[in-house]
Design a protein around this ligand. Structure first.
Ligand code: WAQ
Ligand code: MG
Length: 256
């Protein structure tokens, strides 16, 4: 059968049953795929979920939906790397960078506290940049940023431009952060992994790009998450719709 167009692929996996019946989140993934690449991409998601350092899932779901809207391009953020000697220094650095984005200290502290109380959430927590309150109302789900992927040629250009070699983890995180930071309501994003073997995290912002920090937690720790500091300027549903549903390619439409 011939098929054209692009498909939005989403995966989630849990242990102890599905997420909605209390299963522990193991892994999630999102891709945009051509029909020809669907099998390959779904296999990658199977691999990702079933060889995960958080454990073996007993629940796995993949959703595939045809993209019907035109897909726009979003430029990838510029990466910067910071090597820090300890988690404490890493965390301080992130807080300083957030302050440089114009976020008040009290709001930053409140955001971090909310993250610490909500490590089990499988999406991002949206934080009002004025009040420090959580505004997504999504409880244990949070907001899952989806419907984005690298335009593959652009990824090659981006690697060359920044003298980097491919790292899957960073590739996914830069793509996600680039989509998030392309929206004018986003002030900054902070993330560290919930995978016990991955201690590098980042702070991303439209102002300063993708600032990667070598240590934001200690090895062996299962706690991680994402915070989006948001300057709300209208109906929050439109922002959440952008994050979850609006399809974007990360890259440049024209050859670099
Ligand atoms: N949308 C929103 N939140 C998400 C998403 C998503 N698509 N995927 C994950 N999260 C949340 C969720 O709460 C996870 O617990 C948390 O983020 C961490 O997810 O070397 O691997 O996929 O430059 O474990 C950052 C550094 C790695 C990369 C982040 O996150 C680098 C990482 P993970
Ligand atoms: Mg993870």
């Amino acid at each position: 059968m011939e098929q054209s167009g692009v498909f939005h692929v989403r995966m989630r996996a849990a242990k102890g049953g599905a997420h909605e019946v209390g299963g522990m989140h193991i892994s999630g993934g999102e891709k945009l795929s051509s029909y020809e690449k669907l099998t390959e991409h779904i296999n990658e998601l199977v691999e990702k979920a079933f060889s995960h350092s958080r454990g073996n899932p007993d629940y796995f779901q993949v959703k595939v939906e045809a993209v019907t809207e035109p897909i726009s391009f979003v430029s990838p953020l510029k990466p910067i790397h910071y090597l820090v000697p300890s988690v404490e220094k890493g965390s301080l650095l992130v807080k300083n960078r957030l302050a440089c984005c114009g976020i008040r200290k009290a709001v930053i502290e409140k955001g971090f506290q909310l993250l610490e109380e909500n490590y089990h959430v499988r999406g991002a927590l949206l934080i009002d940049v004025e009040t420090g309150e959580r505004i997504d109302g999504r409880k244990d789900r949070g907001v899952r940023v989806s419907a984005f992927d690298w335009h593959e040629k652009s990824f090659t250009w981006w690697l060359a431009e920044n003298r980097l070699t491919e790292q899957v983890r960073m590739k996914e995180a830069v793509a996600l952060a680039s989509k998030v930071c392309a929206h004018e309501w986003t002030v900054a994003e902070v993330c560290w992994s919930d995978d016990p073997d991955y201690v590098t995290g980042y702070v991303a912002s439209p102002l300063f790009g993708y600032e990667r920090v070598s240590q934001l937690k200690t090895e062996g720790d299962h706690r991680g998450g994402r915070l989006l500091f948001v300057r709300q300027d209208g109906n929050l549903d439109t922002y959440i719709h952008y994050l979850e549903k609006t399809p974007v390619w990360i890259g440049w439409e024209e050859e670099k």
